[in-house]
Ligand binder design. Structure first.
Ligand SMILES: [Zn+2]
Length: 246
């Protein structure tokens, strides 16, 4: 069930029996020489749609640009500053609350969004505190790649070649969605360097091709289908509990 494909009377009817929504959030940023710029948004959206179909829950439009300041030395990357992203998330939540949504699950595709999204949750609650009567709102963020079943599947398929950015699980998932973009040539070095960084220029200097610790040549579209199915099943289980909150 997608908000964008519903009419307002359909949303009205939905809200009469269900107050839950899923909001996918991703990023538009480089994912190494073989990964799609839209990886984080594409993954979050596909998983959110699958979960929405499984639970019959409305899925809002994807927030496709996130906080990707550290990727800005690579062509094509786009970023919102944290304060902008916080305002976008807050305003999306307040829009949903105004119509009667009371539980909103954010399915996240990008680690760099997490701190800002949690700040946006607090900002939104403070704004609701000023209203009388105060609408109730439950929010939760789930990072799909951190789900235990995804960890297990990633370890089974890729061992210690998962890495931290432009990883085979996320590239595989996008290649399942868009098989014509699959590019699993072996990169040099095969396993990208690991480590931390500060800021965009330092990121590019330490990780010249954009990957961190990963070997995405191991990914296949068939793996991506398994990732999508596994992530959706596990997140649906968690979401069911969350949506049942009184
Ligand atoms: Zn990513």
């Amino acid at each position: 069930m997608r908000l964008q494909l519903a009419t307002w009377p359909q949303v009205d009817a939905y809200l009469a029996h269900c107050k839950s929504a899923i909001l996918p959030i991703g990023s538009t940023e480089q994912h190494g020489p073989t990964g799609l710029i839209g990886t984080d948004a594409l993954c979050a959206e596909a998983i959110a749609h699958r979960v929405g179909d499984m639970l019959g829950v409305m899925v809002a439009p994807t927030i496709a640009v996130g906080m990707a300041q550290h990727h800005m030395e690579f062509p094509g990357s786009m970023t919102l500053r944290p304060s902008t992203l916080m305002a976008v998330v807050r305003d999306c939540l307040l829009s949903l609350v105004r119509h009667g949504f009371r539980r909103v699950l954010l399915v996240n595709g990008h680690g760099g969004n997490a701190a800002t999204v949690h700040a946006a949750f607090a900002e939104t609650q403070m704004e609701l505190d000023a209203l009388s009567p105060r609408p109730e709102l439950h929010t939760r963020l789930i990072n799909w790649w951190e789900m235990p079943e995804i960890d297990r599947l990633s370890a089974e398929l890729y061992g210690n070649s998962v890495g931290a950015h432009a990883t085979p699980p996320e590239l595989a998932l996008t290649w399942a969605l868009h098989p014509e973009t699959a590019d699993n040539r072996v990169l040099e070095p095969r396993l990208a360097p690991r480590g931390s960084f500060h800021g965009a220029a330092d990121f590019r200097a330490r990780f010249p091709d954009g990957r961190i610790g990963s070997d995405p040549s191991l990914a296949t579209p068939a793996h991506g289908e398994r990732m999508l199915e596994t992530a959706a099943a596990e997140i649906a289980r968690v979401a069911e509990g969350f949506f049942a909150v009184e």
